[in-house]
Design a protein around this ligand. Structure first.
Ligand SMILES: Nc1ncnc2c1ncn2[C@@H]1O[C@H](COP(=O)(O)OP(=O)(O)OP(=O)(O)O)[C@@H](O)[C@H]1O
Ligand SMILES: NCC(=O)N[C@@H]1O[C@H](COP(=O)([O-])[O-])[C@@H](O)[C@H]1O
Ligand SMILES: [Mg+2]
Length: 386
């Protein structure tokens, strides 16, 4: 039986713990607040600030885990290299967690070292440098703090007046201690996808059918699987995903994000862990959902194939207000709807736009993906977090 130290205990961690519990593994869930979703189902939990390297060191010393599994980006990831040296296994690897928490590291690796096609980009460390970068890249362009996720601190610059605002907003939304931002040319894509990619200890890499999604405020609203795309574009995305996951190293599931436009496929970024848009796999669209795949890859259990069993969609349930005791109305409508299900994450507090749950819908392989997605969206809209 393996002992897994899960660094981050949100909704993605919760499903991962449930998958681990089902096959008898031990999980200690860690986050910065008590009663986080994954803590509710784990064997044990710890509350620490994971950006505090010494606190992390103490935790590793105390628990001596077989696997250290990052679930969020906001971790003092530099320390993970030392744990690897000491013989601990970091999932998928210290390099993967460290590079992906910083947009500069991962973008330079992808674009410069591996030659993947990305949006044109520059970096800036002040409002003045941002103005200069914008003049080189042109408008519209997208500004993101180097360290942030779920769209925090991200905005689109459409005219000169936006530059100052974008700088200020980026500084409010930045998680790390660096003030730097990345400025990217706005890609006028036709659609975007997450390509869940599984790397295994055996060396065999597998791809899940592509997941389409729609984003608002830099955060996903609905996702569906499979996304309709040309085979040639899928092949290009798979090749890029294989390259970047190989360069980062290790076994596990990765959510590799791409934009597809008239001029081809752009690599955007990737998560070295289950992806939020991959919650669509909770609709049992595949033989294994993304959490089961992550777990099996971590444990070195062979995954011989990933098959699409039915089509599905997910739509998020967001809070609209602040609350210390959130409850939900409208759930009966989901329960009553055909081929539909839901998850409530059990987050102890709500704040505007915080993701509190998800609706999943499904249908047979021959059904229409747009109607499945529409149903998920309509059902999610019926839920009120009160
Ligand atoms: N250069 C771009 N051109 C057009 N749209 C973009 C660009 N960059 C980001 N977006 C849009 O914003 C969304 C969020 O961007 P990105 O994935 O970089 O942010 P994030 O904060 O890392 O989000 P998450 O952590 O949830 O994946 C993208 O999925 C896409 O819809
Ligand atoms: N895009 C990254 C992502 O979806 N991460 C998921 O959200 C949780 C944080 O939620 P919170 O901000 O509501 O605490 C994380 O712990 C993870 O499960
Ligand atoms: Mg993203």
């Amino acid at each position: 039986m393996a002992k897994i130290l899960l660094l981050g205990a949100g909704e993605l961690g919760k499903e991962f713990v449930i998958a681990a519990q089902r096959i008898g593994q031990i999980v200690i869930a860690v986050d910065s607040y008590t009663n986080a979703p994954a803590m509710q189902v784990a064997h044990d939990f710890e509350v620490i600030n994971m950006l505090d390297g010494d606190a992390l060191d103490n935790l590793i010393k105390k628990h001596q885990p077989d696997y250290i599994v990052p679930e969020i980006e906001a971790i003092r990831t530099e320390r993970l290299y030392a744990y690897e040296k000491q013989g601990f296994t970091v999932i998928p690897s210290a390099k993967a967690a460290n590079f992906t928490m910083n947009r500069k590291a991962i973008r330079d690796l992808a674009a410069k070292e591996l030659g993947l096609k990305t949006a044109t980009y520059r970096y800036a460390t002040s409002a003045a440098e941002l103005a200069e970068a914008v003049s080189e890249i042109g408008m519209p362009c997208v500004v993101k703090p180097l360290m942030s996720s779920s769209g925090k601190g991200q905005s689109t610059i459409k005219n000169e007046a936006d530059i100052e605002k974008a700088w200020k907003y980026s500084q409010e939304g930045s998680r790390g201690d660096v003030a730097e931002v990345i400025v990217e040319a706005f890609i006028n894509f036709n659609y975007e996808i997450t390509l869940l990619t599984v790397t295994q200890k055996s060396g065999k890499t597998l791809f899940c059918p592509p997941i389409g999604h729609r984003q608002e405020r830099g955060d996903y609203q609905e996702s569906w699987q499979p996304a309709t795309m040309e085979a040639v574009h899928l092949k290009i995305a798979q090749d890029m995903a294989a390259k970047v996951t190989k360069a980062l190293g290790g076994a596990g599931i990765w959510g590799v994000e791409f934009f597809v436009g008239d001029d081809g496929v752009y690599f955007s970024e990737l998560s070295p862990r289950p992806h939020d848009t991959g919650m669509v796999t909770l609709a049992n669209t595949q033989n294994f959902n993304e959490f089961e795949l992550h777990l099996r890859a971590i444990l070195g259990l062979p995954i011989s194939e990933i098959t699409l069993e039915r089509i599905g969609a997910s739509a998020v349930i967001l809070a609209s207000d602040t609350s210390d005791d959130p409850s939900f109305s409208g759930i009966k409508a989901i329960a009553d709807a055909p081929k539909s299900d839901f998850r409530i994450f059990g987050k102890p507090t709500a704040r505007p736009y915080r993701r509190m749950g998800v609706v999943v819908t499904y249908d047979s392989l021959s059904a229409d993906i747009n109607s499945v997605t529409k149903r998920a969206k309509e059902l999610a809209a019926k839920v009120r977090v009160v």
